[in-house]
Design a protein around this ligand. Structure first.
Ligand code: HEC
Length: 120
């Protein structure tokens, strides 16, 4: 008899419950709050708290014209790629690193961050 199977099924179920509890909002707020949390962890170091921008680092993301011109999907794409200092479109001469330098961010995470950016 194989005793490992029920255990594996149980772990999977617990994992699914965990993901449901944490994904896309959860108890402490919706996607905007979740996006804000991710933003604070990865982006605020350069773009400032609340995306207000920082003089020599990230630009202000409040009412940001560049973001407004892009669809949500295009903005996710931009965040995935970043804009290196050598890019002719780069104005600050400072890297906007791919995924803000946090390779652990998934497309879903980036989508939540975009939802947050849209709220600024
Ligand atoms: C290491 C610093 C740094 C981090 C971390 C960072 N950025 Fe940036 N970001 C920049 C810089 C610098 C620019 C401006 C580049 C330029 O001059 O074109 C920029 C540009 C942008 C732009 C384009 C704004 C515009 O007007 O052209 C967006 C949108 C953006 N960042 C979002 C984010 C998000 C969301 C995160 C987190 C996932 C993030 N950034 C993390 C430095 C950073």
């Amino acid at each position: 008899m194989d005793f490992t199977r029920p255990l594996a099924a149980f772990s999977l179920a617990m994992f699914a419950i965990g993901v449901n509890a944490c994904g896309g909002g959860g108890a402490d707020g919706g996607p905007v709050a979740e996006g804000h949390r991710l933003f604070n962890r990865t982006c605020a170091v350069c773009h400032g708290p609340g995306g207000r921008g920082s003089p020599r680092l990230g630009k202000s993301l409040i009412d940001n014209a560049f973001s407004k011109d892009l669809s949500d999907a295009e903005l996710v794409e931009f965040l995935r790629e970043g804009r290196s200092a050598s890019d002719p479109l780069n104005e600050r001469g400072v890297d906007m690193p791919p995924k803000g330098g946090n390779p652990a961010l998934t497309d879903a995470d980036l989508g939540l961050i975009v939802t947050y950016l849209r709220s600024l």
